[in-house]
Design a protein around this ligand. Structure first.
Ligand code: NAD
Length: 356
């Protein structure tokens, strides 16, 4: 099979980790007889430097014309002082909106080999951590009206958190369909005791649930969910929530699994073309030192093969290779513990390639 992949190399550790993901994809292509063509689509800081725009139209066009998009991470202190509309993360928000990617799916799985890396007590970790956060990605407060104005002689700022029924419906379907392939339980997280947008959220999710009688639906307030994630994460299978709550909860979820460097994510819309990226940022503090963990990036490539290219065997081969490398005791600095062997970013990528 031939697939065209748009590559966003990104900033900070981005170019280092995406190089390892491409090496892994090349190895998979060789083993399974596929051809992966890569086309660069500069975005974020790199694009600001080259085009004075965090997402030039040519990059968006490249992404839209591709079979899928692989992104590392964008941003860094170099671009902290540029105007709001030109900041690197604006490029990312525009890319998500431009590709119509409304569903962000983030697995939170604790690798057996990394149990020690979880900050939770063994008595909690031993019950297992294996759930998925399905986050609405192009609605809510991040995409509502933002305003700063003068009121009564002082600055006043507001951000509108709004949702329409169809926006809630389509993300609810993603959650229920994800649950059908797992343990068949969806927990919908909102703040329906206070927010109108959450009341609508709860009503629509409950209605969509009628089409999935095999899936159990529960509801939880977001403050309680933040607490339950550290008290008893084993209770969750699929969490579905709106954009802002999902941003916060999915970072919390990643932390309890050990390292932020291990977790992949996918963002999907209507078609099969998705955006695949690790959940972490560009880690400017370790950029250029070969210290980054490339596993979240490499597992994002595996998710791309599974969900956008329908290549489950190929995805399995990457996930098994990651497992084998961890089992052999190899770690990057962020997951290092006594008795293990520390490898750099490139050496970790190479070890994974060697295991495919
Ligand atoms: P970060 O995720 O980049 O880093 C947080 C901490 O985790 C740092 O100590 C970093 O060294 C470490 N870390 C992150 N990824 C790692 C990896 N793969 N291996 C080892 N250690 C890793 O978050 P931040 O410091 O808040 O943000 C840095 C920049 O990234 C900012 O400009 C921010 O806007 C941007 N950012 C981009 C995205 C994205 O592109 N999707 C997401 C979050 C943050």
């Amino acid at each position: 099979m031939t697939k065209n992949i748009a590559i966003i190399r990104g900033d900070g550790i981005g170019p280092e980790i995406i190089a390892e993901a491409i090496a892994v994809l090349d190895k998979v292509a060789e083993k399974f007889g596929h051809t992966f063509n890569y086309k660069e689509a500069p975005m974020g800081g790199e694009a600001i430097d080259k085009f004075d725009d965090p997402l030039p139209q040519s990059s968006l066009d490249t992404c839209l014309a591709s079979d899928s998009v692989l992104l590392s991470a964008v941003g860094g202190p170099k671009w902290d002082s540029v105007a709001k509309e030109k900041r690197p993360e604006r490029g990312l928000l525009r890319l998500r909106a431009g590709m119509g990617l409304y569903a962000n799916v983030r697995p939170a799985t604790l690798f057996d080999e990394l149990r020690d890396a979880s900050p939770l007590k063994p008595s909690i970790v031993d019950k297992g951590i294996d759930f998925v956060v399905v986050r609405e990605l192009i609605g809510g407060a991040y995409f509502g009206e933002h305003k700063t104005e003068q009121r009564d002689g002082e600055d006043y700022a507001s951000d509108i958190m709004g949702y329409s029924e169809h926006e809630i419906e389509r993300i609810a379907h993603v959650a229920f369909q994800t649950a059908q392939k797992r343990r068949k339980a969806v927990c919908s997280v909102d703040k329906a005791n206070v927010l109108d947008s959450s009341k609508l959220w709860r009503r629509v999710v409950t209605k969509v649930a009628e089409s999935y009688p095999d899936v159990i639906l529960s509801h939880m307030y977001v403050d309680n969910c933040a607490m339950q994630l550290v008290r008893n994460p084993a209770q969750f299978d699929v969490i579905v929530t709106e954009n802002l709550f999902g941003d916060i909860l999915s970072d919390e979820a990643s932390m309890i699994t050990g390292s932020i460097g291990m977790i992949p994510s996918s963002s999907l819309g209507k078609g099969s073309c998705g955006l695949y990226e690790p959940i972490h940022g560009s880690a400017p503090d370790i950029a250029g030192t070969n210290a980054a963990n490339p596993i979240g990036m490499i597992l994002s490539a595996a998710m791309m093969l599974r969900y956008s290219f329908d290549m489950p065997e190929e995805a399995d081969s990457i996930e098994k290779a990651v497992d084998a490398v961890l089992k052999a005791g190899y770690r990057t600095g962020d997951t290092m513990s006594a008795g293990k062997t520390q490898l750099g970013c490139h050496e970790t990528g190479k070890a994974i390639c060697d295991n495919i």
